[in-house]
Design a protein around this ligand. Structure first.
Ligand code: NDP
Length: 455
């Protein structure tokens, strides 16, 4: 008997989550199509994590060159070739998009190139052609949100364009102080741009541990980034005859910059994909509402990743997509666990975290002891860099479990990834204490913190 539907599953969105769900579903024997209007890869591969991290690596050389002098190197004035970097980055992105295409081909997933619109509970239309499926998975991610401030939407770039500028701006104003704002501030400052960070809070990175926020603020200032804390942008003008935009702040300051970047959050990317007509329910932030099985209010339609606005990180979207495919097509009861999801901000220096902040633990009424350290890492002694590594453990005294670990400093992301396994496994402070350090490292501090704050 011929199948009722063209496919068992149509996934809309060929980003990290959609590709994983499609590939795993096909591996379980499902007939799968993925709809993508751009190349495969999505935000992370094409416009986010990957190109951003390549630029972060590039920018970090600036500090290395400066520090090298303390170790006896004479390297003169380093010169950077921005177009060469952007070209090399794009070659790498082409390679990765090709790998994603290969993953789909090898898994037997049909790639439908074009913009997908959900035109029925079991129907997707791609550039005028209609396909049917037993289930539809929405994995369309998010898109930069730029607030409605006079001139901002007309003149500001978002992270999409910031990753692909033909020239490095000499002076840039970045609005916001979330992940994207602080990462790009580090990138542009590293490559020598005069960089302003304008943000409305007292400290960057709202929601992160207070000591990390303060440490990053100090480090960014030391690295030459001009911080405009507690400030809002009132207006942005187009470029004047000198090629500069005029940015007016609510504290009366006026900045002149070659580029203005809004890093003011991302919104679910659902405009025009037909969800309202079908009655797919959204939450108050415009994200698709789903149950624990990733199912929307229309039973045949599912959603994963940033479009559901739970934890907006690539590995979370991948885990959600994998879980969806295993549950529906692999008869496995795989559930997503949103506790203790580690994350890193690739600022310069980087910051990484797993578990609760001190503030969250206190807010939850947990009895806590806090172990904190702030020190000059060994590399910074003879390099002369006066930058502090900041580390922090939050311990629940009721059961001795380590419930939060935070680090600002070199290799923080690499270090916290390992520590996250211990936290996930329920390690106690006694387990940390019983672990022998690797000497000399900064990370060994995590197993040698003996005195809690206030003791
Ligand atoms: P965030 O939500 O992290 O930060 C948004 C920033 O914009 C905040 O500083 C916020 O201020 C500010 N803001 C928003 N609206 C306004 C406004 N109207 N006026 C003034 N300031 C405003 O978003 P990002 O764009 O940085 O990143 C989006 C998401 O992408 C993140 O949530 C993260 O999940 C993901 N991401 C993860 C990365 C990683 O894992 N390394 C890297 C990059 C992105 P306030 O704090 O005061 O609200």
């Amino acid at each position: 008997m011929a199948p009722i539907y063209d496919f068992d599953l149509i996934t809309i969105g060929g980003g990290s989550g959609g590709v994983r769900a499609s590939r795993i579903a096909a591996g379980h024997g499902a007939r799968v199509a993925v709809v993508e209007e751009d190349r495969l890869g999505g935000t992370c591969v094409l416009r986010g994590c990957v190109p951003k991290k390549l630029l972060v690596y590039g920018a970090a050389f600036a500090a290395d060159f400066a520090d090298a002098a303390g170790f006896g190197w004479h390297i003169g004035q380093p010169v950077h070739d921005w177009p060469a970097l952007i070209k090399a980055k794009n070659v790498e992105l082409d390679r990765l998009a090709g790998i994603y295409q290969g993953l789909m081909d090898n898994a037997g997933v049909t790639v439908l190139q074009g913009r997908g619109v959900v035109t029925g509970a079991h129907e997707v239309t791609v550039d005028g052609k209609t396909y049917t499926a037993e289930r539809i998975l929405i994995a369309v991610g998010g898109w930069p949100h730029i607030p409605d401030i006079p001139g901002l939407r007309d003149h500001a770039i978002s992270s999409n364009e910031a990753l692909d500028l033909a020239e490095r701006p000499d002076e840039i104003v970045i609005m916001g102080s979330g992940y994207i704002a602080v990462e790009f501030a580090g990138i542009f400052a590293g490559f020598g741009a005069k960089t302003h960070l304008v943000f409305r809070a007292d400290q960057p990175l709202r929601g992160f541990d207070q000591d990390m926020r303060q440490g990053l603020m100090d480090a960014m200032r030391d690295r030459g980034i001009t911080l405009h804390a507690g400030a809002n942008i009132m207006s942005v003008s187009g470029a004047d005859d000198t090629g500069k935009h005029i940015v007016t702040l609510d504290n009366g300051q006026i900045l002149h910059a070659d580029a203005v970047m809004a890093a003011t959050g991302r919104s679910p990317n659902i405009a025009g994909i037909g969800l309202d007509a079908l009655g797919v329910l959204l939450n108050s932030k415009g994200a698709i509402k789903v149950n624990d099985a990733a199912q929307t209010s229309v039973p045949s339609i599912y959603a994963i990743g940033d479009v559901t606005d739970r934890i907006n990180l690539t590995p979370v979207a991948i885990a959600e997509g994998h879980g969806f495919a295993d549950r529906i097509y692999g008869q496995q009861n795989r559930q997503m666990d949103y506790n203790n999801v580690p994350s890193a901000v690739f600022s310069q220096p980087p910051l990484a975290t797993v578990g609760l902040t001190e503030e969250q633990a206190i807010e939850q009424g947990l009895p806590v002891k806090v172990y904190a350290a702030s020190f000059r890492a060994m590399k910074n002694t003879i390099s002369g860099r006066d930058e502090k590594t900041v580390m922090k453990l939050i311990v629940n005294t009721a059961n001795d479990k380590v419930i939060g670990v935070h680090m600002l400093g070199a290799d923080a992301a690499e270090i916290i990834q390992g520590i996250a396994i211990a936290v996930k496994a329920g390690a106690t402070k006694a387990d940390f204490d019983a672990t022998i350090g690797i000497h000399p490292t900064a990370a060994e501090e995590f197993v040698t913190m003996r005195t809690a704050r206030g003791e």
